[in-house]
Design a protein around this ligand. Structure first.
Ligand code: MN
Ligand code: MN
Length: 311
């Protein structure tokens, strides 16, 4: 086994193993996609052929295996949930503020604005805004999905919005973010892709048809939540493994680290730990790999303190 796991407790059961795979999936998708973020599919093809190796570079000039804000913000959120023992808006705001002060490699405009407002005024929720329909609240939602596993759907949705509204306060952002969290929870508990479609995707499309992944292939997905999630849903529906799903989504270019991160958390939860490609895991930054593994289990343990997730 790689040394990463030497002092990390092994997941206790299938739910725990899938939770770890979801967290590693987030980081793997971020690291894979960052290389081609903001490129077009044609540029990716010309430069990499089919991009399928975690090799760093990209516009951020990353080291191979390095992750970006998608993963580091999720880890900051997760640490705040663990420290507070709850989904506490103030604790999360403080954690985001500290995260920004530590100079992350990148940061979205809406995220920056929300954190600066929190810092200046202590504001815990941005006013509703049609401009806040970016993917920044969705990309970091995984720790909330883990910490609220087993809670009623309404409570899960509320928890998603508490973390989201610090920076993004928009009905499309909320709907997309809540749907991804609920899909992850269903997958952790053994739901297959078909069940995710029927239980979560179809109701989302009923409420917000703009998310419907049917139709034109989403290429160059922007940071707008509906573009991002349409690309993720298409990739998930067109493939049948973690690896093929992530390769499909990041080669669409655009906001590829974030489509990779969201597809990665979903596909990791859905296909489980054995589906994560070993060469990708070996390439992933070791500290990040370890942090994801540890935090996934700590958040589940916190969820179990409330109610017991079932297999
Ligand atoms: Mn990023
Ligand atoms: Mn991005």
């Amino acid at each position: 086994m790689p040394d990463t796991h030497a002092t990390v407790e092994r997941p206790a059961n299938a739910v725990a193993a899938r939770a770890e795979a979801a967290y590693l999936g987030l980081a793997l998708g971020d690291a894979l996609g960052a290389t081609v973020e903001f490129m077009t599919p044609r540029e990716i093809q010309a430069q990499h052929g089919c991009h399928r190796t975690i090799r760093g570079g990209g516009w951020l000039k990353l080291k191979p295996g390095a992750v970006t804000d998608d993963t580091t913000m999720a880890l900051a959120l997760g640490n705040a949930i663990l420290a507070a023992g709850d989904i506490d808006a103030h604790a999360i705001g403080e954690a985001f503020d500290a995260w920004m002060r530590a100079k992350p490699v990148d940061i979205g405009n809406t995220v920056r604005r929300g954190i600066i407002e929190f810092r200046r005024t202590g504001r815990l929720a941005a006013p509703p805004s049609e401009h806040d329909a970016g993917n920044g609240a969705c990309m970091r939602v995984l720790p909330v999905a883990l910490a609220t596993l087993g809670q009623p759907e309404d409570a899960v949705r509320t928890a998603c919005r508490v973390q989201a509204h610090l920076t993004h306060h928009n009905p499309l952002s909320d709907a997309g973010t809540e749907t991804i969290a609920l899909m992850i929870q269903d997958a952790l508990q053994g739901a297959d892709l078909d069940a995710l479609v029927h239980q979560r995707l179809l109701p989302l499309i009923d409420a917000f048809p703009i998310f419907d992944p049917d139709g034109k292939r989403e290429e160059n997905p922007s940071g707008f939540i509906k573009d991002t999630l349409r690309a993720v849903f298409q990739a998930l529906l067109d493939t049948d493994s973690f690896e093929t799903c992530l390769i499909d989504v990041v080669n669409r270019g655009g906001d590829a680290d974030t489509t990779g991160a969201i597809a990665g958390m979903l596909a990791g939860a859905l296909y489980g730990p054995a589906s994560l490609p070993e060469p990708w895991l070996a390439s992933l930054d070791h500290g990040t790999r370890r942090a994801c593994a540890i935090q996934s289990q700590a958040l589940l343990a916190q969820a179990c303190g409330n109610t017991t997730p079932t297999l």
